[in-house]
Design a protein around this ligand. Sequence first.
Ligand SMILES: NC(=O)c1ccc[n+]([C@@H]2O[C@H](COP(=O)([O-])OP(=O)(O)OC[C@H]3O[C@@H](n4cnc5c(N)ncnc54)[C@H](O)[C@@H]3O)[C@@H](O)[C@H]2O)c1
Length: 250
Amino acid sequence: MKEIDFKGKVAVITGAASGMGLHAARQFARLGARVIMCDINEAALNEAAASVGEAAVPVQGDVRDFNYALSAAEAARSAGGADFLLNFAGGYEARCCNSPVPFYEQPVEVLDWGIDVNLKGPVYFSRAIMPQMVEKGAGVIILLGSVTGFEGDGMGAMYGTAKSGLFNFVKGLAIAGAPHGVRAVCVTPGPVLSRAAMNNMPTLMGRAAELDELVDVILFMCSDNASFITGSNHVVDGGRLCMYQKTYGL
Ligand SMILES: NC(=O)c1ccc[n+]([C@@H]2O[C@H](COP(=O)([O-])OP(=O)(O)OC[C@H]3O[C@@H](n4cnc5c(N)ncnc54)[C@H](O)[C@@H]3O)[C@@H](O)[C@H]2O)c1
């Protein structure tokens, strides 16, 4: 296994003000990369960027806005051109829009939020950033799926739908990128401790993942150690997707 070294590299990270996105920003900076940190929450983003230090370039905005993705691309170009794009911005609409009701009672704005943040966001950012990777003849795009993309969810129906859309989008990105040395990988978590409440979601291992247990996989996927991995979806869920068999004794 080659040692991971991102010196001189530029990573664009959405959802970088908290959770896995912030943890990834810290790790990419520690490994030598400049990090373009993108998030809608300005106060949290500025605090997060300050905690990452000199390597951080905060760019505030909403991933649902293509012009914002273009501003992030501009910041990446000024830093030398993007080598990595990590799409962490996302969320479960019933929680993020404070609308804990079934799909058939969700306001249409909540449905739009679920699809737009979780699916259009990664599409817009990939569209804006990927040309820099094609120019360089190298790059890696990471999409964040969710086990909900396999399981479905009655209150987060758009969350699950958008995440399963990413399972296909990763293939489109890989096919478009392969002739230019650009890889695309979807990493699909089960519960992760970016929130303590995730410990309540059952897994075969009886716990949620630590942030490192996801971010280390993403570091590996971005490194040359993963040079033959593209267009695929990698589930990191502590056996969550086996729970069906366990529950029904199949
Ligand atoms: N935490 C989990 O258990 C879990 C499980 C499966 C998948 N995931 C996925 O992993 C990713 C990261 O999860 P996390 O728990 O670390 O996230 P988080 O909730 O800690 O952080 C998400 C960040 O995205 C930002 N964001 C939200 N809407 C945005 C918008 N419109 N534009 C720009 N930024 C926006 C938020 O401000 C926040 O800082 C998400 O895509 C999530 O769906 C998480």
